[in-house]
Structure formats: C-alpha cells, structure tokens
Design a protein around this ligand. Sequence first.
Ligand code: GDP
Ligand code: MG
Length: 367
Amino acid sequence: MLKGFFDKFKNKENSEEIEEIKEDNTSLESLEENIEEEISDNIEELKENIVENEVEEEVQEEKIGFFDRLKKGLTKTRDSISSKIDLVLASYQKVDEELFEDLEDTLISADLGVESTMQIIDELTERVKLNRIKNPLEVKTELSNIMKEKLKNSVESNVLDIQKTPKLILVVGVNGVGKTTTIGKMASKFKNQGKKVMLVAADTFRAAAIEQLTEWANRAKVDIISHNEGADPASVIFDGISSAKSKKVDILICDTAGRLHNKKNLMNELNKIHRVIEREYPEAEKETLLVVDGTTGQNAIFQAKEFKEAANLTGVVITKLDGTAKGGVIFPLQVELGLPIKLIGVGEQIDNLMEFDSDDFVDAIIN
Ligand SMILES: Nc1nc2c(ncn2[C@@H]2O[C@H](COP(=O)(O)OP(=O)(O)O)[C@@H](O)[C@H]2O)c(=O)[nH]1
Ligand SMILES: [Mg+2]
C-alpha cells in the first residue's frame, strides 16, 4: 500500500514535471515563432529598402543621364564660354574694373548680346561690391547665379505644356533651321508621353518637304495629313484640323514653309493660317513655335525679331546647339526679346530634343 502511495506520488511528480516541460516547450515554440516572424519582417524591410534604393538610383541615373547628355550637346558652347571666363579670372590677382571689362568682352564674344551682357556685368559689379568678394575665382559662382536669375526672371515659364488638349502647334521659321526635324522629334516625344499626335504637311513648297515630313511621321509612328506640292498651306491645315477632330487627336503639329521672300508675304501667309485655325479649332490650345538655328548666332536674333512681329509666338526652339559655340544666343532671345526657349535640339537623331531648363543650361555651359 505504501508502495502504491509512493508510486502515485511519483507519478504525480512525474506528470507535474512533464507539464512543466510541456509549458517550457510551448514557450520555446512561441519564442521560435516570434523570432521567425521578426526575421521575416526584417527580410521584408530589407527587400523594400533595396527596391527603394534601386528606384532612387534609377531616378538619379536618369537625372545624371539627362544632364550629361545636355553637357555633351553643349560641349562647344561650354568650351567657348567657360574656359574663356576661367582664363580671364585666372589672370587677375584682384577684382577690379579691368577684370569686369575683360569678362564683358568674353560674354559678348560668346553671343550673349550687348544688352544682356551689360545687364549681367552691372549686376555682377554690384554684388561683388556688396558681398566684398576679393578673390577673382569666386566671381564665377556669382556670375553663374546672375545668369540663372536673368533667364528665369525674363519669362513666365519655359515649359512646353502638353497637358491641356486638344493642342495645335504651328511651327515657323526660315528655311533650313530644322523645323521638319524638330516636328519629327516632338511627335516621337509626345507619343512616348502617351499623347495621340498627328502631323500636317503645310510646307507645300516642294514635294521633297512633304516626303521628308512623311518619313518622320513613319519613324515616330504617327498619322500625317498632306496635299500635293503647291497646295494652299491654309487648306492643308483646315483638313488637318477636321481629321484631328474626328480622330480625337491630342496634339496636331503643323509644318510650314520657310521661303517667304519678305516680311509682308510672311505676315499675309501666317495671318491666313491663324484665321483658319481660330475659326476651325477655337477649342484648341494654340502654340506657335519659332525654330532658329543656333549656329547662326546673331542671325537667329534677327529672325526672331521679324517673326515676333509677324506671328503670335509663344516660344522658341533652338536647334543645332550640338555643333556650335554660339549657345549664348539663348540670352538675347529670352532676356532681350522675352521669348521663352521651350526646347533645344542637340543632334540629328529622333531623341536629340531636350526641354529647356535655365539652371541646367547655365550649369552645363559654366562649370
Ligand atoms: N546637328 C544638328 N542638326 C540638326 C538639328 N536639327 C536639325 N538638324 C539638321 O538641319 C538640317 C535642316 O533641317 P530641316 O528639318 O530640314 O529644316 P527645315 O527646312 O527648317 O524644315 C537637316 O540636315 C537636319 O538633320 C540639331 O539639333 N542638330
Ligand atoms: Mg522643312
């Protein structure tokens, strides 16, 4: 009996021990579960971080890519402006009147125009005094700041807004500046941004001009409206507008001829086109872009003045900046004539068209 009691007691003890061990086991299991959960949470977080970093890197790369492409396109302008400025600044021990005169000559020789240059140098002189700048090398930073401000303050915006649709873009400019090429590049760019684009071949002067635009339409994979050589440009645009309306086109881009012998001819032709557009497409956002060839320097300014009087210009595209040291011409166009630079052409390829940003531009030509 006593043995039986002991056995019972032992059994009880055993079962208590077993319970204890069981409890320990469950708490161990839950601890394990917690640890596993924590590890998987950490892994998730790490994964998220990696994705975030990758996205950030991509954005950063895109930014670097854009700026590098801009810098590459503007190599000749930068070589002409930046290295000359460096040379001037390095040859002075102190900041004096002569240094400013030398800088003035440098900017004028880089096609910045007399008026813009004078404004920039006056402002620079004042700031150097105000900020007690003694070191000629510090002058460059101040100069770059002033150039950025001048460009920014001279127009409301440099953005070619394509969000409000339907939109009609009339492209004007003298022969050979790059109108047709720029239209092809724009078509591709806007299409890639999800817009439905159509082109109008209203340069009816030569059959080759119509063929050239047709080729660009094929390359950009957009529709085109054209008539035969010699047709009335306004009537081609009329047809373009009807087609754009029925096909619900977002952006209609019209090429025009550059061979108008005098200002009166030019005005008549453009007035007729503007009248048709106003009458047939009142709901469209209108944009008239003047294309000028950056390699022509002062000639580009002269053309801008002529076209400003003949057409209701909303912006300028400067082409061929890849092949010229005359990129400074942007200053007289925007600062003196108040025409916003909206796009710049930096090569002949379909993607060699960039949006203009004044800060990036100045950074790309002065470093
Ligand atoms: N290097 C370079 N050439 C360009 C650029 N834009 C246009 N061109 C070239 O300039 C020439 C005239 O262009 P085109 O579009 O026919 O001018 P349009 O007469 O005004 O229509 C062509 O050989 C183009 O390839 C550019 O941004 N850079
Ligand atoms: Mg053309």
